[in-house]
Design a protein around this ligand. Structure first.
Ligand SMILES: Cc1cc2nc3c(=O)[nH]c(=O)nc-3n(C[C@H](O)[C@H](O)[C@H](O)COP(=O)(O)OP(=O)(O)OC[C@H]3O[C@@H](n4cnc5c(N)ncnc54)[C@H](O)[C@@H]3O)c2cc1C
Length: 384
């Protein structure tokens, strides 16, 4: 979702290049063309100067923005690139992927994207069992030998690769039996991406002439738990005709929130639903600032909370992208195997701080490469 936001930010950079030069930010932009999608320390060694840049811009955007002397520019920079505690090099890296043509918005959203992956996997002989919830990873004499599903059935396997939530994998499904100092340290010290309240609207109206993203200050702030919500970011999907019938469109707004607040509401369904509804109403009030009369145009409203994210993805505390890529995340290498356990590997965002779709592909490929090495087989891909 942040990808098209970056487009707007791209034009922001160009508009303010003088101030950016003064603050060295243009320097980063010049280097972004050569930044690899496979961002890991091992891959970064050959491009030493890039590593230096990541080192230099290891602090969050708020630190970088504070260097602007012009308050308007400072605020703009903070609002446009803000990504919480992540290092400021991270959004720049995302821009670089776009500049290389390695990132963008897939028309139709995530469904056709994942369907193409599914199709490819099947043509290579893969089989997928949907709606099969794992409750345990079975081990025998420190070899992983299978998985147990929610219905009690067992599936045996020669090799197990977990691409699910890291905490559940290590501490629940394997009972915390295979950890070590590195893993314990990572799970105790790395920060999670803040979960989201994700508000979506089906709008009966044509907003195709409006910007794709608008971040705006609310005239009247509102609260979610202890957090005061002062700004909103609106994503207008009018540019993707597959999202809604002609003359209609989809708006979404993502608001960072605290998991503990929602955890407390978990067992009180009435209160939970009322809170979702209240937040939806607050967001509509905010949107009315931009578009008076929008309320009458809203045909559908959906409010997803961190509990929704946990229910659908199983990810710890609803973190939408795993671990934050801050100073600690930048330098920490998470093992893809567990000490003492054979025939077992991990892939996905929980072995690669910063997460995101690229991390899924890169860590998945690296695990297969590792397995090939162990089995003394040549690692080949179907594309050069
Ligand atoms: C709203 C939103 C916007 C985002 N925008 C972007 C973006 O623009 N660009 C980007 O790069 N990233 C984006 N991300 C982040 C990105 O989606 C994740 O980082 C990425 O999907 C992580 O991939 P993964 O394979 O590691 O984990 P996941 O995609 O979380 O996959 C884990 C899988 O494990 C399954 N699972 C969990 N528990 C069990 C169980 N018990 N049994 C069986 N299966 C189980 C889940 O069903 C899921 O299919 C976004 C995320 C969100 C929520």
């Amino acid at each position: 979702m942040y990808i098209h936001k970056m487009l707007l930010q791209g034009s922001f950079f160009i508009m303010h290049y003088r101030t950016l030069v003064r603050n060295n930010a243009l320097l980063i932009l010049l280097f972004t063309e050569s930044l690899s999608a496979d961002f890991s320390l091992s891959n970064a060694y050959p491009i030493f100067r890039i590593l230096l840049l990541f080192y230099k811009y290891r602090n969050p955007v708020s630190d970088l923005a504070s260097k602007f002397t012009n308050p308007v520019l400072r605020n703009l920079f903070q609002m446009a690139l803000d990504w919480g505690p992540n290092c400021s090099a991270f959004p720049i890296w995302t821009l670089s992927l776009m500049a290389q043509g390695n990132a963008g918005y897939p028309m139709g959203g995530s469904l056709p994207l994942i369907e193409s992956v599914e199709q490819k996997f099947k043509t290579l002989g893969g089989k997928i069992h949907f709606h099969s919830k794992i409750t345990r990873i079975i081990t025998e004499n420190d070899f992983s030998t299978g998985i147990e599903l929610e219905d009690g059935s067992v599936k045996n396997a020669d090799i197990i690769i977990s691409a699910s939530d890291g905490y559940s994998t290590i501490f629940n499904w394997l009972g915390g039996k295979y950890t070590g100092s590195k893993i314990t340290h990572a799970y105790q010290s790395l920060k999670l991406f803040s979960p989201l309240v994700y508000v979506s609207f089906g709008i009966n109206g044509n907003f195709s002439q409006e910007p794709h993203t608008i971040r705006f200050a609310l005239k009247k702030s509102f609260r979610i738990g202890q957090d005061e919500i002062k700004n909103l970011s609106l994503y207008n999907y009018s540019f993707d005709p597959s999202m809604a019938p002609e003359g209609k469109c989809v708006f979404i707004l993502m608001i960072r929130t605290k998991y503990e607040y929602w955890e407390r509401l978990k067992d009180n369904r009435e209160l939970y639903l009322a809170e979702k509804n209240r937040i939806g109403e607050e967001v509509i009030n905010g949107l009315s600032q931009l578009y008076p009369g929008i309320r009458e145009k809203i045909e559908v409203m959906d409010v997803a909370t961190p509990l929704t994210f946990v229910r659908y993805t199983g990810n710890r505390e609803g973190s939408y992208q795993g671990w934050v890529l801050d100073k600690k995340g930048l330098t920490m290498r998470i093992p893809v195997t567990l000490p003492g356990l054979k025939n077992f590997y991990m892939a996905g965002q929980w072995v690669s701080p910063g997460g995101g779709l690229p991390s899924g592909l890169i860590t998945g490929r690296n695990v297969i490469r590792k397995i090939c090495k162990t089995e003394k087989r040549k690692f080949v891909t179907s594309q050069e």
